[in-house]
Design a binder for this molecule. Sequence first.
Ligand code: ZN
Length: 133
Amino acid sequence: MASSNPKFAGPGPDQIYLDHLRQQNFSLPKCLSCGEFHFFPRVVCPHCGSYDLEWQALSGKAEVYSTTTIRRKPERGGNYNVSLITLEEGPRLMSRVEGIDPELVSIGAKVSASINNEGDEPFVVFTPMQESK
Ligand SMILES: [Zn+2]
């Protein structure tokens, strides 16, 4: 049997990402060449083109970069927001902020990641971080 590059064997980065979420683990690939994380997970670092990536757990700390309230009738679940979130590690992802009135989500607000398992596939959502006083 011909040997294949081990970096391309096994599940792809999308699958690995989801497998981590199923285990309540929010991780992204970190490039060992330039030190940058990226989202959505790829096999090649989008910053420098290196294949030398390693999955690392994220702190979950993040900040709201932009936010939009999507209006929806109460009987269909009520309004919700779609927010662009910047992770402490650098990558930005589209998600939503829960546990707060969607209108009150503000740009620059500190949020923390949690994993929502209500759907068919787990996904990452954010909740406002408790202000430490
Ligand atoms: Zn890189």
